[in-house]
Design a protein around this ligand. Structure first.
Ligand code: AKG
Length: 288
């Protein structure tokens, strides 16, 4: 096994490592260590059953269940993202072919499940790439002025803002229930990794609606500047998917986005969320 930074980027690739074979404890520990430091790990050209995906998830942390009950696959921990329909005409999974702008998952929960991976099964010829931006690098390269503005700042993270509160006719009961069950939550905009003391920015465009004690126009301006800084090319890894690629990331220390793709192509990826060890990873805390 070799673990290398991809093109000098923050993301790393684990090479020559078939995940369908039993993983030695020392290799598993090395993988967890690099993942903890860099936040995005790539394994290319794997051929994994859902049972093997679950075994991989358990090597990283504790796989968890999704709120989106309509996107489930065979194993309850595995969901499908796809624009394809099954033989019954129903969508096979979620998110279809639309572009997804920069975001981080579950920031609107009091205790986000931060580990996540995608496993590519069928990919479009064009489009559908996924990108990740390092929030460690972003914090470490902030100008003194931005660092001063963000250190100690508390943001409001809103599920309602993220999904839109206007329920339309045809929206299912699950969506109304989730909106009712998910009030706004406050998290610090800078979090500290418990083991190393390293700091990471924590922002989520379209979800952070304000900053405590700051007028709305100033907060909006600060959030825009932080996003522009965080997503500049030097902080971003773009993944051009091939079948069998597995990309693991930590939502507490990276943002991600996806390019849209034409409806004429099929795309199917499998996804799992994983609780990471809170003594070794940032779990965004609730701010008072
Ligand atoms: O489909 C992708 O590549 C990314 C999906 C995504 O952004 C998400 O599931 O949060």
């Amino acid at each position: 096994m070799r673990i290398e930074a991809i093109g000098g980027n923050f993301a790393h690739e684990v090479k020559d490592f078939p995940l369908w074979e039993p993983v030695a404890d020392a290799d598993a520990a090395a993988i967890r260590d690099v993942f903890r430091e860099c936040g995005v790990l790539v394994f290319r050209r794997q051929a994994l059953s859902e049972g093997e995906l679950l075994t991989f998830g358990k090597m990283i942390g504790e796989p968890d269940l999704y709120a989106e009950t309509g996107w489930l696959s065979t194993y309850p921990e595995v969901i499908i993202l796809s624009n394809m329909r099954g033989q019954d005409g129903e969508m096979l999974g979620g998110l279809a072919n639309k572009p997804l702008t920069w975001h981080t998952d579950q920031s609107y929960y009091t205790t986000p499940v931060t580990g996540c991976f995608l496993y590519g099964v069928e990919l479009p010829e064009e489009g559908g790439s996924t990108s990740w931006a390092s929030l460690y690098r972003s914090y470490e390269t902030l100008s003194p002025e931005l660092a001063k503005a963000v250190d100690g700042a508390i943001g409001t993270f809103s599920f309602a803002a993220r999904v839109g509160t206007n329920l339309k006719q045809g929206d299912n009961h699950d969506r109304a229930k989730r909106l009712a069950e998910t009030p706004d939550v406050k998290h610090p905009l800078v979090n500290i990794e418990p083991g190393t003391g390293r700091k990471a920015l924590y922002i989520d465009p379209n979800t952070v609606t304000g900053i405590d004690g700051m007028p709305q126009d100033e907060a909006d301006d600060l959030l825009d500047r932080l996003l522009a800084h965080a997503t500049q090319p030097a902080h971003v890894y773009d993944h051009d998917w091939g079948p069998g690629d597995l990309v693991l990331w930590d939502n507490a220390v990276v943002l991600h986005k996806r390019d849209g793709f034409s409806e004429k192509y099929n795309r199917l990826v499998k996804r799992m969320i994983i609780n990471l060890d809170p003594s070794r990873h940032i779990i965004p805390p609730v701010a008072a």
